[in-house]
Ligand binder design. Structure first.
Ligand code: UD1
Ligand code: CA
Length: 466
């Protein structure tokens, strides 16, 4: 039996004290709402609908792979279902949603396993709804699960509407549910906003269904952290810490060394092979893949890079770049999008490379900028060499053949080509193509004036005596 998922992401999240809506804030490099959407997909959701409202122009681009439902005014979690009604009816008719899972867009720790077990329990036990609950030390702020003497769930009461006795209940509503979709739709007309907050509560659906004699079940989360909602920056930090630990422990079990895993941040899409060593203050985000026995860090940030095995990346920033095996980067290199470092190549200290290919065993060891360039194999770039790729309006390419030797402090004024095996003298400004195997040198002849320095300094000491 199929299920679809509705993710609630229309709220503002005032306690974040932010110009941005809450669900776009990131945890380990991924916006909160995307964690939730992914968990739903991984659990096998046929469709995912995202309800957006507040500052939706910022939320929609993050959930473009889902069906968007716009809730103009946030009149409550139950109102969300009213707004989505038509789409939900279509999904039901298309056989994509016997059940509807509802998740909060600000609860990124929920796992796909928990979502799947909510649906399974609800469907197997033919319940109208299965709600995910947690038993909290301090339940304040949450809706409470109300049970009858026999222990059956008969409803949920929001804290602001709860009696003193109900406030003592420690079993809380996590805000995640699997509903029998038809049962849910059938009681929408019975919802009203006659409560302390003047909102249409989704939680009231449970009481309505219970009164109709339908089965309501609660599934107590095995790991209560999965139910955490993020309302403040403090909670964002706590959730990040939790997920960081979970991810890092998994990698350590798979053969990755982190001497201090609290100082390593790894995003959910990163793939690491074994025998990698990650030193402190290293951040790996985006779609990053790293091969065996690489040494990363300290102080390194790698975003969406594909890195082969045996590479060393020391104190560097790498973005959208591709490294083959045995590449050496840093300390303090900056590889910007479109950099390709072939086997055994090197980008050394204070080197910036953008949209360029560095051929196998080629070296850019010190103080260089290489942009829009293609270097062949075995090239040596002298310290301080710069590709002048930009004339203020357009970018131009630099092509350097195999085994070219570029002396120190050379300016390569693009567009320019240097043929294989050529040598460029230090300090040259190269603005014309250099043929293969030739010497190019662009430098004034050196002048020697014998004795000049003695005369200069004598004059200086005479004048200082006056
Ligand atoms: C809700 C539950 C409460 C539960 C808690 C768990 C209700 C009435 N209460 O309370 O029982 O313990 O979650 O975290 O459901 N939203 C919309 N549109 C709206 C209103 C809310 O999209 O009109 C979104 C919010 O952005 C948020 C989520 O729904 O992501 C929950 O809404 P919120 O008002 O924070 O509910 P709580 O008061 O936390
Ligand atoms: Ca509320």
């Amino acid at each position: 039996m199929k299920f679809s998922t509705l993710v609630l992401a229309a709220g503002e999240g005032t306690r974040m004290k932010s110009e941005r809506p809450k669900v776009v804030h990131e945890m380990l490099g991924l916006p909160l709402v995307q964690w939730v959407v992914r968990a739903a997909r991984k659990a096998g959701s046929a469709e995912v609908l995202t309800v957006v409202g507040y500052a939706r122009e910022q939320v929609i681009p993050l959930v473009e792979d889902t069906l968007i439902v716009v809730q103009e005014e946030q009149l409550g979690t139950g109102h969300v279902i009213m707004v989505a009604r038509e789409q939900l009816e279509e999904l039901a008719a298309a056989g994509k949603a016997d059940s509807l899972v509802v998740l909060n867009g600000d609860s990124p720790l929920i796992s796909s396993q928990t979502i799947a077990s909510l649906v399974n329990l609800q469907q197997l036990r033919q319940a109208a709804v299965c709600v995910l609950t947690q038993v909290a030390e301090d339940p304040s702020g949450y809706g409470r699960i109300v049970r009858d003497e026999a222990g059956n769930v008969v409803g949920i009461v929001e804290e602001k509407d709860a009696s003193p006795a109900e406030k003592k209940i420690r079993e809380c509503n996590s805000g995640a549910y699997s509903f029998d979709l038809r049962a849910l739709l059938s009681c929408l007309d019975k919802l009203n906003a006659a409560n302390a907050q003047g909102e249409y509560y989704l939680t009231d659906v449970l009481g309505i269904l219970a009164q109709e004699g339908q089965r309501i079940i609660a599934h107590i989360a095995e790991d209560a952290s999965e139910t955490w909602g993020i309302n403040s920056r403090l909670q964002l930090a706590q959730a990040t810490k939790y997920m960081q630990q979970r991810i890092n422990e998994t990698f350590m079990m798979e053969g990755v060394t982190m001497l201090d895993p609290t100082l390593v941040l790894i995003g959910p899409d990163v793939k690491l092979e074994n025998d990698i060593e990650i030193l402190p203050m290293t951040i790996l985000y985006g779609q990053t893949r790293i091969g065996k026995a690489c040494k990363l860090g300290p102080n390194t940030r790698i975003t969406s890079c594909k890195i082969g095995s045996g590479c060393t990346i020391d104190e560097s920033v790498l973005i959208d770049s591709m490294l083959e095996d045995d590449v050496n980067v840093g300390p303090r290199a900056y590889l910007r999008p479109g950099t390709v470092m072939k086997q055994g190549s090197k980008a050394g200290t204070h080197v910036e490379i953008k949209k360029s290919t560095i051929g196998a065993h080629s070296k850019v060891p010190h103080l260089s900028y290489i942009g829009d360039a293609t270097l062949g194999e075995g090239v040596n770039i002298g310290a301080g060499t710069i590709t002048c790729n930009y004339d203020g309006m357009k970018k131009y390419p630099t092509l350097i053949g195999d085994k070219v030797f570029v002396g120190s402090d050379v300016m390569l004024v693009a567009p320019v080509k240097v043929g294989s095996g050529a040598l460029i003298g230090a300090g040259s400004v190269i603005s014309k193509d250099v043929p293969a195997d030739s010497l190019a040198i662009e430098r004034n002849d050196q002048r020697i004036v014998e004795g000049w320095a003695i005369r200069h300094f004598n004059k200086y000491s005479e004048s200082s005596q006056e």
